[in-house]
Design a protein around this ligand. Structure first.
Ligand SMILES: O=C(O)CCC(=O)C(=O)O
Ligand SMILES: [Fe+2]
Length: 344
């Protein structure tokens, strides 16, 4: 269990609660039950674990080995890769004890410089986790009563989807680098993920913590390398409010006007989870986060089914490009959703 004094609202986690959250949605159970569990967890926490997800352990271990081997290179070799970063998170001065690599599957140039075995591990992994993400989004749409159950997932399947894979490596802490309380240091500060959905997986080392809505508690999440953790992203919180998504390639026809309504796609019915990662171990921690994002020009607005006179639209429509720009210009921990609330 992780506890201690780093950050402004650190409270030791309640193990019972962690177990309840981390128990896992079993994807092999009857679909109706899986849908119910996913919707409930997305409303309550914006976070859940999935087990029996169907991704081959071979694909996962290949990706992890490729990532460890990348990070084991000398520092100057790593900095030659344009999407490698260390200690600085984003562009607004946030710091963390980690190094990372950002890989954009649809940007050919993002993978161009890597050896072919690395590229194929990344491509295979992304393909597999995108399927998991899409299946979950389809169940979410079904669970909240959106008739086109592919409406959210189509955004990830879009050729122009702005999805990415982020590999985070938290090296073990040297004693001279640990915080005065010696409990842990911040690896990745408090934030919510801006995209639609995150499929997160880590090796068997503790570090991830989630914050419960309105409770000011940080709960440590026990690692489970055979499972994926799912974060509801900001866009899905929005989107489960006004939606209507059409996709050229899905419909196989030319659609003049994209009516992507992710509202902050659930009109606030789902919550995006605030989370962070701490380094508290003598072992390296590796997390691999697939962020499912919409195309840049997608208009984020909730499905009509999610907006009623009793539940008016909470957010104004905006494009993913607008939101992304706002997200990256603010500090990691800022509440950016707030800037997109309707004025009425
Ligand atoms: O390392 C982790 O478990 C969390 C990483 C994370 O939150 C992120 O990459 O957005
Ligand atoms: Fe995150």
């Amino acid at each position: 269990m992780v506890g201690g004094g780093c950050g402004r609202c650190v409270v030791e986690g309640d193990q019972e609660e962690v177990i309840r959250i981390g128990g896992g949605v079993d994807m092999r159970k009857e679909r109706k039950l899986v849908v119910e569990e996913i919707v409930r967890a997305s409303e309550e926490y914006g976070f859940f674990k999935v087990v029996n997800h169907g991704v081959s352990p071979h694909i996962i271990s290949n990706m992890e080995e490729a990532a460890f081997s990348f990070f084991s290179q000398p520092f100057p070799s790593k900095t030659a890769f344009p999407t490698y970063g260390s200690n600085n998170i984003g562009f607004s001065g946030d710091l963390g004890h980690l190094e990372y690599l950002i890989l954009h599957p649809t940007h050919y140039s993002s993978l161009f410089h890597y050896p072919s075995n690395f590229r194929s591990s990344v491509n295979e992994y992304i393909k597999a986790v995108r399927e998991v993400a899409c299946e979950i989004l389809e169940m979410m749409a079904e669970g909240v009563g959106v008739p086109n159950t592919w409406a959210f997932s189509a955004l990830l399947r879009d050729h122009d989807s702005d999805s990415l894979l982020r590999l985070n490596h938290y090296p073990p802490l040297l004693p001279s680098h640990s915080s005065p309380s010696n409990s842990y240091n911040l690896g990745f500060g408090e934030h919510s993920d801006p995209q639609i959905i995150t499929i997160l997986r880590s090796n068997d080392v503790h570090g991830l913590q989630i914050s419960l809505p309105d409770k000011g508690l940080w709960l440590p999440v026990s690692p489970d390398p055979s499972a994926f953790f799912v974060n509801v992203g900001d866009v899905l919180q929005f989107q489960c409010s006004n939606y209507c998504g059409f996709h050229r390639s899905v419909l196989n026809q030319s659609v003049q006007c994209f009516d992507w309504n992710l509202k902050v796609m659930t009109n606030g019915r789902f919550v995006s989870v605030r989370h962070r990662a701490v380094t508290n171990s003598h072992k390296s921690r590796m997390s691999m986060a697939y962020f499912g994002g919409p195309p840049l020009n997608a208009c984020i607005v909730a499905p009509p089914e999610m907006v009623t006179p009793e539940r008016p639209s909470l957010y104004r429509p905006f494009t993913w490009a607008e939101y992304k720009q706002a997200a990256y210009s603010l500090r990691l921990g800022d509440n950016r959703i707030h800037h997109f609330r309707s004025s009425t």
